[in-house]
Write a protein that binds this ligand. Structure first.
Ligand code: FAD
Length: 438
């Protein structure tokens, strides 16, 4: 029987805080995922009184639902970044992507967070021959910016990493890794609490009001049962930002779902034969499958875009199974033990952003790449709050755009799903044509 909750949640401790909510703090953080907890850690270490509130059980959001792939890189190619932001900012975007990976890896190592960290590398596999050429060209440009531990893998060497003939080579990222995301979240939560932060679940923030009477900002943060007065507020709600909380932010971050399945126990030998390299895998195709072995090495986990709009995991399961067997035909009859979904937060610029609106800070827009980036940007948001006049990161220069047609309810995502289904078909046709030429 398939469970429709994250594999990572099985047998994991649940943190509860039944204490009374304090009536004041220096900083209130809305959202207790990686962003909120990392910001809380830095601020608490700097001596600030910090309260973190989550509307659900702590760890309800993407931070405990993700694939646990720890890496760097943006959805936007370096070419497009140069066109839109200029050479200097584009270079900085690449450097900070690398910095986010180093930051989070060090955070885990230095604090001995027990989250099954493996620096196993990531292989980005080419769906089309042209993808291989494009990645190779892009890699040269990135290496010119700063040292970058990545190399191209020729098609004939792919069998050292994966048992499939689906791809035309790939790009290998040596420093990327994998974690058990729920354990990473729990470790970060404990670090923040030990540093002095007070973290509460089941406390939905309903409203944030600016009640400043002087030049010093003062906010009133309302929950359903009480209110907290504070000097600063950080919104760390990413893909779970809803218009009830902030109309401004909900118009700027799109809740795009992602879906994951995990196989039952197929044994270490089978997993080893399918993924002999032991790397995390992501594809270049638009449908974008990502997969890896689970930390125990006995199951395969695969995520993909089953749709652009929210749907139940039960409905997404057939698509995920189909994608799994397309890559590994020998898994056709395998049991699927878990299938679940969660929301990523997409900005229109497809880049993360740290900014403030009417004095309320926000750090979000990871576009599905937040395991390394969210703790990093949470930390940067904390530095910004501590030192508002200093630039903390290049992600203050990536605009948090909206669109005229978007009022916070993504009515167009079902249309986008249909568009992408068409695009997936087109992708298959292009691939067929490429195969004829090879
Ligand atoms: C299925 C899936 C797979 C993914 N796989 C990967 C991966 O392999 N690698 C990778 O790098 N990234 C991955 N990601 C993305 C990554 O998980 C996220 O970018 C990251 O966890 C974002 O962290 P966060 O703290 O900003 O947000 P979240 O962890 O989503 O936390 C936001 C929190 O805000 C709370 N909240 C919302 N509104 C309110 C309110 N009004 N009051 C109080 N609290 C509120 C929510 O309850 C939620 O807990 C994946 C995401 C998903 C969904």
């Amino acid at each position: 029987m398939t469970k429709f909750t994250p594999y990572w949640w099985d047998d994991q401790p649940q943190f509860e805080n039944n204490n009374k909510l304090p009536s004041s703090a220096d900083v209130v953080i809305v959202g207790a995922g990686y962003t909120g907890l990392s910001a809380a850690l830095t601020l608490s270490k700097a001596g600030k009184k910090v309260i973190v509130l989550d509307s659900e059980v702590i760890g309800y959001g993407a931070s405990t639902r993700n694939g646990g792939m720890l890496g760097s890189g943006h959805k936007v190619s370096s070419e497009k970044a140069v066109q839109k932001y200029g050479i200097e900012i584009a270079a900085q975007l690449h450097k900070e992507a690398n910095a986010s990976l180093a930051f989070t890896t060090n955070l885990i190592k230095e604090n001995n967070i027990d989250c099954e960290l493996q620096i196993c590398g990531r292989l980005r596999t080419s769906w089309l021959p042209q993808d291989q050429i494009n990645m190779s060209r892009n890699l040269k440009k990135l290496k010119a910016i700063e040292h970058f531990n990545s190399n191209m893998i020729e098609p004939e060497l792919m069998s050292e990493s994966i048992e499939t003939d689906l791809y035309f080579g790939g790009q290998f990222y040596q420093d990327h890794g994998a974690v058990q995301p729920r354990k990473f979240h729990y470790g970060l939560l404990n670090l923040a609490i030990n540093a002095g932060a007070k973290v509460f679940g089941s406390r939905p923030v309903i409203q944030v009001n600016n009640i400043s009477k002087s030049r010093e900002p003062t906010f009133n943060v309302l929950t359903s049962t009480s209110s907290i007065q504070c000097q600063q507020v950080l919104m760390a709600t990413n893909g779970y930002t809803r218009s009830k909380l902030s109309r401004y932010l909900s118009r700027r971050v799109l809740p795009v779902p992602s879906f994951i399945i995990t196989t039952g126990d197929i044994g270490k030998d089978k997993v080893q034969s399918l993924l002999p390299g032991g790397h995390c895998m992501v594809e270049t195709r638009k449908r974008y499958c990502y997969y890896r072995a689970t930390p125990c090495g006995r199951r395969i986990m695969l995520g993909t875009r089953a749709a652009m709009h929210a749907m139940k995991a039960e409905e997404a399961l057939p698509t995920l199974r189909k994608m799994l067997t397309e890559i590994f035909p020998s898994l056709v009859d395998v049991e699927i033990s878990h299938c679940w979904t969660g929301f990523t937060g997409f900005s229109f610029s497809q880049l993360p952003n740290l900014s403030s609106n009417k004095g309320i800070y926000s750090a979000l827009g990871y576009c599905g790449n937040g395991v390394a980036m969210a703790p990093y940007l949470g930390h940067k948001a904390a530095l910004k709050i501590l030192n508002p006049n200093q630039r903390a990161t290049v992600f203050e220069q990536t605009p948090l755009e909206t669109r005229l047609y978007y009022f916070g309810k993504p009515w167009f995502l079902p249309i986008a799903s249909a568009y992408f289904r068409g695009f997936d078909l087109f992708d298959y046709c292009r691939r067929k044509r490429s195969l004829k030429k090879v």
